[in-house]
Design a protein around this ligand. Structure first.
Ligand code: TNX
Length: 531
């Protein structure tokens, strides 16, 4: 046991609680090893107060304590115990579900009022004697756990780590009070152009949740592949899902697998947002069923990377039966309130055909109990107040939708697109929106990039990863990390507290953690990576 003598604990506790320090919201730019790990939390919390004195040491006696009654809090307690794993003892910390008073040496997860309202707000206090994570709702507890995790040494993240003498598991002393700027902090995976198996998507969920991202948008159908089983239209998956860009074998999620993924993500406070792109980007569907084509002839499977050539037959009744079936089956598996209908890059319909189609689909989505999201091409449509526009095009603005009351997810391509190359040397990725290096992905404000789209119109921010050139999980990680970590801070932290020069130092301190997690991240030369 490496717990310090009681007197030292007591002295440092008194020191910690009496030390009056002003809140520090910006970490200084000093060699990272010399400062409290409180300076490295990403996304930057609203208030960070590192304190001098002893931190909290995890030992074989550490327990994670949580009150009975709330299952999600208990799940989060177990999650924390698993994160700590075997780093300090031959078994993970014990989880104690009890309403009794908290013993010394405990990490305590508590639901109850905090200084800031909101389901995602939390307070974290670390002293030598105990750790307290307090939140209004279970989501906040989960985020408090993620901040606490970042105070622990990176080696705990390594799956094979075992307790070792001289390798104490200590979290620095201090206090965080935190809540997010935006409710929507997302990423998108395009599993259509290249398929990703469920376990790879789960791994991605694990990584994004470390940085408090809470929406995973899945682009489930495009020209090159249909990736989810639809029981009333089975060929979509079995035929439409049988290839991908370059002609590989593709794949699809059974409804059971999709439901399992939705649950896995929900446990980590990540809401899955399913997208079936229409009326364009539909070759996989048009190849699966002849009757969806205006000429009644099934299309050939497509394995190239062109866009804009396909469209559903918008004047045929069966098209809307098909859409209703697809939306109904997916909606039934998706507890989240949103259904994304794509709506982008339609080059073969008239503007009038397009508008009528989207308005009709909006009604179908609504009648299946979901709110419609579409790419920003839907802005001219008569949108319902619940519909949402996802803004991606650099030279346009969805202001006309905002004027009508629509809300916006900001995904502007020259800042938030994870499939853009970092720079000229990047081996995979595209560059049609320019190069997006780590600083470019970080150093922007979603509330000022599109004319007529003020903060009040924003749900938040999302970083899409299109997969024309992205074939494996290693490719996904290379393009997403570390830019997605920056996007997470864009979505969570207050604009006035963010600064690239301090962020890059904090990001550099996350290098060993990402390494221990086995992430294939881009070691951008503009970041001072710690070893
Ligand atoms: C545009 S962004 C697309 C996708 C491509 C992507 C490549 C959007 C709504 N449509 O179909 O994959 O560019 O960066």
């Amino acid at each position: 046991m490496i717990r310090p003598p009681i007197a030292v604990v007591a002295a440092s506790f008194i020191l910690a609680s009496c030390a009056k320090q002003p809140p520090v919201t910006r970490p200084p730019q000093v060699p990272a090893m010399d400062v409290s790990s409180f300076h490295h939390v990403i996304p930057l919390p609203t208030v960070v107060e590192p304190r001098d004195g002893m931190g909290f040491t995890i030992t074989a006696d550490t327990v994670v304590v949580v009150a009975p009654g709330d299952e999600r809090s208990q799940w989060t307690a177990k999650y924390l115990a698993d994160v700590i794993g075997l780093a300090a003892a031959p078994r993970p910390p014990r989880v104690e579900v009890t309403g009794a008073s908290i013993p010394p040496g405990a990490i305590s997860l508590e639901l109850g009022a905090t200084s800031t309202a909101g389901a995602e707000a939390y307070e974290l206090t670390v002293t030598a004697e105990r750790v307290t994570i307090r939140a209004n709702q279970p989501a906040g507890l989960f985020y408090g756990v993620q901040s606490f995790r970042q105070l622990l040494p990176p080696f705990i993240e390594h799956q094979a780590v075992r307790p070792q003498k001289g390798r104490p598991v200590v979290a620095a002393a201090g206090r965080v009070a935190d809540h997010p700027r935006f409710g929507w902090r997302g990423a998108m995976l395009d599993v259509s152009r290249h398929f990703l198996p469920v376990d790879d998507v789960k791994r991605f969920v694990d990584l994004m949740s470390i940085y408090k991202l809470n929406r995973l948008h899945l682009h489930l159908a495009d020209d090159q592949g249909w990736r989810i089983e639809i029981k009333s239209w089975p060929n979509l998956a079995t035929h439409g899902g049988a290839t991908q860009v370059g002609g590989g074998p593709g794949g699809f999620y059974t409804q059971e697998q999709y439901a399992d993924l939705v649950k896995y993500a929900a446990d980590r406070f990540v809401t899955i947002v399913p997208e079936i792109d229409m009326p364009g980007h539909t070759n996989a569907a048009l190849a699966s069923y002849a009757e969806l084509n205006c000429d009644g002839v099934a299309r050939e499977p497509y394995t190239g990377v062109e866009v804009g050539f396909s469209a559903l037959c918008v004047d045929k009744a069966i098209t809307y039966t098909f859409i209703d079936d697809v939306v109904r089956e997916i909606a039934a598996l998706t507890p989240g309130p949103w259904f994304h209908i794509g709506g982008d890059e339609v080059k073969t319909l008239t503007p009038d055909q397009y508008l009528r189609f989207i308005e009709r689909v909006q009604t179908i989505v609504q009648s299946n109990g979901k709110q419609m999201i579409g790419w920003d091409e839907i802005s001219p449509v008569q949108l319902l107040p619940t519909s949402v526009v996802q803004h991606w095009r650099v030279k346009t603005t969805p202001a006309e939708a905002v004027v009508k009351g629509a809300r916006v997810i900001m995904s502007i391509a020259n800042k938030a697109y994870l499939d853009m190359k970092y720079d000229t040397a990047t081996a995979i990725g595209l560059s049609w929106a320019g190069y997006v290096d780590v600083n470019t992905a970080y150093d922007w404000d979603p509330a000022t990039v599109a004319a007529g789209v003020p903060e009040s119109a924003l749900l938040g921010v999302e970083a899409p990863l299109w997969s024309e050139t992205v074939a494996t999980l290693a490719d996904v990680e290379f393009l997403a990390f570390p830019r997605l970590v920056g996007i997470a801070e864009v979505g969570w932290s207050r604009a006035e507290s963010r600064d690239w020069n301090t962020f890059k130092v904090r990001l550099g301190a996350h290098g060993p953690r990402l390494t221990a997690l086995g992430v294939n991240f881009h070691r951008s030369p503009m970041v001072p990576w710690q070893r």
